[in-house]
Design a protein around this ligand. Structure first.
Ligand code: GCB
Length: 604
């Protein structure tokens, strides 16, 4: 890939990590004068000297923390700033700053200097800042964050002028069904690397007979032409014991592990999610500094046919959810308590899979998925894609380049979702998705690709470029609300039609019903807990029949938990299709889903 590496900052004997999370100074740029901060160069001095600042926690979305409607619904730039100290000893190192995610546009200054910018939420970026720092002294970091979505951003939105009581105002509109939370959403980490360092690692694993195969490629950085590097790679098991006695040498190579412990998903092994550690050591002759990086890896194979997805040569059936990174007050900000609770609930309910709808989830979330053995459909941030243009195509491809660069080594990631509910009926959609698909395949031929489809089978123009067909459909909700008697035959009919048209494996990536916890009614009536349970049940009947037909590979309820959306009269505090509430307690249907998911686990 043409992008530099994006290895997660991990401490080692050669690397230090220092978190900049915590309270930052925060200012909203005035709505009448969006450029004020830039004009007055707010980054060039202490923000609190020129503006009235408030304290804003990082990581978090800024929207739901205060009582201000203006801040919740703000469009345009906000400014974050804090100070930090850098020890003198770091002068011998390279220093980087890494943002896990800033939504949507970020510009970063260190002291008076502009150091980097990044467009797109939910994906990390970093910059070397060695030459901007004061060593053994105080430094300042300033970040301007702009949440504006346009027709050329990923995802797309529109800014419209609209009349209000005292004139007109700009309004951000978007068609996707989740609140456009903004801010510094994931950790901000300072980290050091030696002068010569390991920039990237790519690992592919396989199995030949009883031998595990680990192929690796190391990308070094900082080497001078006359220097002779020594790159040494070894593999440790989960107990930190060498899995193979002899290390491998060189920037690329193959390591063979006899009788490896394979990475299995939940339910297919008593010990799912087994991880080894790939330990890489890089040094050069006559330089005492050695860089060390430890990457968790899982040994597994992945293959697919026109009817199934095979992990370690066994067909897999996925039972899970579409989810969101969303929680009360924090919005889309990384919250480890919520992350831990979600994975407890996913285990309690017997799920083995989820889709990172509708954007890449944090490194921290995927670390848990790797470790617990969840199967992940990893989705890029393109949702409701329309008005296809060359610039949109470029950004869309960029989103996949950045996603694959970040997640390529993860055993849990078994599929790339290159879009959610794009307008695939449009004539331009065919060529557009052909290009996105080719781009994705060129970056990673080892995983199948899919789109969560919303349009009708007959009119679709994108399916031929995919490996797996996923479809979202709301029978007895948006289509025929209240008509539970329409679900089973329609789901079966649609899944069969997709398979007939494209001869590829099919899964249902969304289905469900909005449900107010505590609302009960018999016979079942829309929005009641009984109705949600029955909608799911009718789908289960369809899935059981489809599984006998041999091409159906997974069922994903929409949604794991209730989540916040833009304000509209079809949403009560947000989307209520969760099987769990927004504060992560079960609705009635959760117990019902649990019975099915455990039954499926036993059967497989
Ligand atoms: C969909 C979308 C999802 C929505 C869901 C709904 O098809 O993919 O983002 O939240 O429907 O509940 O309307």
């Amino acid at each position: 890939s043409l992008l530099p590496g994006m290895l997660y900052p991990r401490e080692s004997e050669s690397r230090e990590v220092k978190s900049l999370d915590g309270m930052w100074d925060f200012v909203i740029s005035p709505s009448g004068d969006a450029l004020k901060g830039y004009r007055e160069a707010w980054f060039a001095d202490q923000l609190s000297k020129v503006e009235k600042v408030m304290q804003m926690p990082v990581p978090s979305s800024y929207n739901d923390i205060t009582t201000s409607r203006k801040l919740r619904d703000h469009i345009g730039a906000v400014w974050y700033q804090r100070s930090f100290f850098v020890p003198s000893s770091w002068r011998e190192q390279r220093v980087f700053v890494r943002f896990g995610s800033v939504n949507y546009l970020a510009q970063v200054w260190i002291n008076d200097e502009f150091v980097t910018n990044h467009e797109m939420g939910h994906l990390p970026f970093e910059a070397e800042i060695s030459s901007y720092l004061v060593y053994g002294g105080k430094n300042r970091i300033t970040v301007a964050v702009d949440n504006t979505l346009l027709q050329t951003s990923v995802p797309q939105g529109k800014i419209i002028d609209t009349p209000v009581d005292n004139g007109t105002t700009h309004l951000q509109t978007y068609t996707f069904d989740f609140f456009n939370y903004a801010g510094i959403h994931r950790p901000v980490l300072l980290h050091t690397k030696p002068r010569i360092y390991i920039e990237d690692i790519t690992v592919r694993t396989g199995l030949i007979g009883d031998t595990g195969i680990v192929k690796y490629i190391i990308q070094p950085a900082g080497l001078q032409e006359h220097e002779t590097p020594i790159c040494r790679v070894s593999i440790l098991d989960a107990k930190d014991i060498l899995a193979v006695q002899e290390p491998a040498y060189g920037f690329s190579g193959t390591i063979k592990i006899p009788f490896p412990k394979l990475w299995w998903p939940r339910g297919m092994s008593p010990n799912p999610g087994y991880l080894y550690t790939l330990k890489v050591t890089l040094s050069v002759a006559n330089d005492s500094k050695v860089d060390v990086y430890r990457l968790p890896i899982g040994i597994r194979t992945l293959a697919w046919t026109n009817t199934s997805l095979l992990l370690n040569d066994k067909p897999i059936y996925m039972r899970g959810f579409g989810r969101h990174e969303d929680s009360i007050l924090r919005g889309r900000g990384l919250d480890l308590v919520t992350v831990a609770r979600d994975h407890e609930l996913l285990q309690w309910i017997g799920a083995n899979a989820y889709r990172t709808s509708h954007y890449p989830y944090s490194d921290e979330v995927l670390d848990i998925a790797d470790r617990l053995g969840f199967l992940i459909i990893d989705e890029c941030p393109s949702v409701d894609t329309e008005n296809f243009s060359p610039i949109l195509l470029t950004r869309h491809k960029d989103s996949l380049s950045e996603l694959i660069r970040r997640d390529k080594n993860r055993p849990s990631v078994i599929m790339w979702s290159i879009a959610n509910e794009p307008r695939t009926q449009l004539p331009e959609a065919g060529e557009y998705f052909k290009q996105v698909a080719h781009h994705t395949k060129a970056l990673d031929p080892t995983r199948p690709i899919t789109i969560a489809m919303a349009r009708a089978v007959q009119e679709d123009k994108a399916g031929e470029y995919l490996d797996v067909i996923s479809f979202n459909r709301y029978n007895a909700w948006y289509n025929n609300p209240g008509r539970l008697d329409t679900i089973t035959s329609r789901v079966i009919g649609e899944a069969e039609a997709w398979h007939r048209k494209y001869n590829k494996p099919v899964l249902m990536s969304e289905y469900g019903a909005d449900t107010m916890p505590g609302l009960h009614e018999l016979p079942e009536y829309v929005w009641s807990e009984e109705y949600q349970k029955e909608v799911l049940s009718k789908h289960f009947i369809a899935f059981d029949q489809l599984r006998n037909e041999g091409f159906f590979i997974g069922e994903f309820i929409w949604n794991f938990a209730d989540f916040r959306t833009a304000q509209t009269y079809i949403r009560v505090g947000g989307n209520r299709k969760g099987v769990f509430t927004r504060d992560r307690q079960p609705k009635m249907a959760a117990f019902h889903v649990r019975k099915r998911y455990y039954f499926l686990q036993k059967e497989l």
